[in-house]
Write a protein that binds this ligand. Structure first.
Ligand SMILES: Nc1ncnc2c1ncn2[C@@H]1O[C@H](COP(=O)(O)OP(=O)(O)OP(=O)(O)O)[C@@H](O)[C@H]1O
Length: 650
């Protein structure tokens, strides 16, 4: 069956067909949206044709150096560029400043087509190869320099990313792309790494440097041997996320030190031979447009080509912001117009099967565990990501899933002390030690089967291969965040499922998603619960039984609560998680406040969802105090260490 062929096989087949029909490189601009829908044997899943992902030309027809094209094809297995690559690479090669907004809705996209810049533009969905889109042209330009660039020339290109994980990921792609260009040296610097080792690497020279903003600024200020006088381009990847995480001040200082778009003289004067006369080219990639991103674009880009948005609107909203370093992410009316005017729709992979499950608050934990058990029983080897709203929630659920043996009756049936959800369980969040984050990141990349529990630190840009299912246990907030999270599966034509947990009181969130063309079908929860054996038998529950009163739910809940009581450490984790969950719930912004209303929550039921029996107010008060003290202590330590303050931990 075609669906089960690997993406590269399907792509090669498609390209061969296109070649037989003698298609020209220009065809990819003109191809209609005629997606072939392939009916699936199982579940009638409709799959978007690879025509909507890949262009029908070669990388070489985009103007890239033959050795780079060979590298893309032979070492990386990329037979053809994706649509976004085919459309953006020639623009970037032209040397213009570029602002690339992804997930734009169709009507913005149509606006862009009307612009006078003569570029046909594309709406880039998640997982469509944006990293190669900006790295390949950069490498092409650097390999052209004659004489060759040398390490002593320092850094030519800077890629700024929001998180450690994205830093490592971009660096890995860079390493692969540079395989045939040994004289162009890739490198990375990021928070948590050894500063002295980084200094040594910078002293030797790094041609293309991937960095997180805080650590980059640190080296710009304190590493005198860091040569950046030849800098040609700055790339802001996931710019909106960088600013959301509170790096606005660092970005402004970085631009001040390195010179913005207007300040080209230094680059020109000091350019190495062969690079003379080359002006700065900055690129900005962002999923959303709020005032801060507009401002960043304004100070870092010069007459940019806008890919995926209407630049007139963007310029008009530029005027409203004076600083990137404000805690509040304001979205001006004009920016909103850019993003969601005309009931704009987000572009999601067509082969992504999106569902929601409506669960009463007190039964959430039981339902999560039941769904995970069902998924891993059905297919032992698979990768699943579950998103939570806070680091504490990740810690609690990770500890619980790593220890909870399940119902004692079930154990005696098998005679073994297995875990309730038997799989490799990993966790990732911003409060973990850097080394542990790196370990998890690499493990989840390479494992064939694993369950990753994570905050939104994994939501953006991370490319974990073969993730089968995304579960949003805590709701994402903005619809864009929903799109980012589900974007970790169904990448580049692969199959994928997503499941969104909602409480009945939050059902209006579906309407919010619908506004953006995101439609979900309901998950058959009762059917799943009825399927669980209890005391060795299958329950046939009458239809009118509610989720809360379902015998399986009652039994598993009781078992979970007893388990938490027996382990003091688990109880503490549950209490911390409860408190931070309520805080996160009350932090929803704007329109979402009317959907996720803290005052509508029954805190006793929230406590149940952390397997707690105690009165939530008592739990909340005692733990909240400790939390405040802990947070103050952390902030103090950051200040003393000269580290970054006010950064959001995700
Ligand atoms: N032309 C291509 N052919 C085949 N695979 C490709 C091609 N370009 C990129 N890829 C692969 O596609 C995957 C997704 O790429 P990448 O992570 O850059 O996507 P993205 O659009 O930045 O994702 P996100 O929207 O999540 O940030 C990666 O595994 C990458 O190696």
């Amino acid at each position: 069956m075609e669906f089960y062929l690997g993406i590269h096989e399907r792509m090669n087949k498609y390209i061969a067909q296109r070649r037989m029909h003698n298609s020209t490189p220009e065809d990819n601009w003109n191809r209609g949206e005629a997606a072939t829908e392939i009916s699936m044997e199982k579940g009638n899943i409709k799959k978007k044709s690879i025509e909507d992902i890949f262009a029908s030309c070669d990388f070489s027809s985009l103007g890239l150096h033959p050795a780079l094209c060979d590298q893309l094809r032979e070492r990386m297995g990329f037979e053809a560029p994706t649509l976004i690559q085919a459309q953006a690479i020639p623009v970037i090669l032209s040397g213009r400043h570029v602002c690339l907004q992804f997930f734009v809705h169709v009507s913005s996209f149509m606006n862009v087509l009307c612009l006078t810049c003569n570029y046909r533009l594309v709406n880039a969905a998640t997982g469509t190869g944006k990293t190669v889109t900006y790295l390949a042209p950069v490498i092409h330009q650097l390999q052209k320099c004659d004489p060759r660039i040398q390490r002593s020339d320092g850094t030519f290109t800077l890629v700024l990313v929001p998180t450690h994980e994205l830093c490592m990921q971009v660096y890995e792609t860079l390493q692969k792309l540079l395989h045939r260009f040994h004289w162009i040296v890739p490198g990375y610097i990021m928070g948590g790494e050894n500063r002295l080792k980084e200094k040594a690497r910078l002293r030797k020279g790094i041609s293309i440097l991937v960095a997180t903003p805080g650590r980059l600024l640190d080296h710009l200020k304190h590493t005198s041997s860091f040569v950046h006088k030849n800098l040609r381009s700055i790339i802001f990847d996931e710019a909106d996320r960088i600013l959301e995480l509170g790096f606005g001040r660092e970005i402004e200082e970085i631009i001040d030190i390195l010179g913005s778009k207007q300040n080209m003289s230094e680059s020109k004067e000091n350019a190495v031979s062969g690079a003379t006369g080359v002006v700065r080219q900055n690129l900005l990639l962002s999923a959303t447009l709020n005032e801060k991103v507009n401002h960043l674009a304004n100070i870092s880009l010069d007459n940019p080509v806008m890919i995926g948005l209407d630049d007139k609107k963007m310029q008009s909203s530029n005027k409203q912001v004076t600083s990137l370093d404000s805690n509040e992410v304001k979205t001006s009316e004009r920016s909103v117009e850019v993003l969601i005017a005309s009931n704009g729709e987000y572009k999601l992979p067509a082969q992504l099967n999106q569902r929601y499950v409506k669960v009463p608050c007190g039964s959430r934990l039981v339902v999560l565990l039941s769904i995970l058990k069902n998924l891993f029983t059905g297919e032992a080897s698979q990768k699943i990501v579950v998103f939570f709203s806070t680091c504490d929630a990740v810690d609690f659920h990770h500890a619980l899933l790593s220890r909870f043996p399940g119902l004692s009756n079930l154990q005696s049936e098998t005679g073994t002390r297995e875990l309730f959800v038997g799989c490799n369980i990993l966790k990732l969040h911003g409060n973990m030690k850097h080394e542990d984050r790196v370990k998890t990141f690499n493990a989840f990349k390479t494992e064939k089967s694993a369950l990753l529990l994570s905050t939104d630190v994994s939501a953006r840009g991370l490319d974990f291969p073969k993730v089968r299912c995304i579960i949003q246990y805590d709701s994402p907030g903005e619809a864009t965040e929903y799109v980012h999270r589900v974007g970790r599966t169904a990448r580049l034509g692969e199959r994928g499922d997503s499941l969104l947990f909602l409480q009945p009181i939050e059902a209006d969130y579906l309407r919010e998603l619908k506004k953006h063309g995101v439609l979900l079908t309901e998950y058959p929860l009762l059917k799943l619960l009825d399927g669980f054996p209890l005391y060795g038998q299958k329950y046939h529950v009458k239809k009118f039984v509610s989720i809360e009163m379902h015998p399986w739910v009652l039994c598993l809940q009781k078992s979970l609560e007893s388990f938490i009581l027996t382990e003091a450490m688990m109880k503490k984790l549950a209490q911390n998680a409860f408190c931070s969950w309520v805080r996160a719930y009350s932090a929803h912004r704007g329109d979402l406040k009317s959907i996720f209303m803290v005052k509508k929550l029954h805190l006793g039921h929230v406590a149940k969802s952390f397997a707690l029996k105690e009165q939530p107010s008592l739990v909340g008060r005692s733990v909240q105090k400790k939390h405040t003290a802990k947070r103050k202590g952390e902030q103090q330590r950051h200040r003393e260490g000269g580290g970054l303050k006010k950064k959001r931990k995700t």
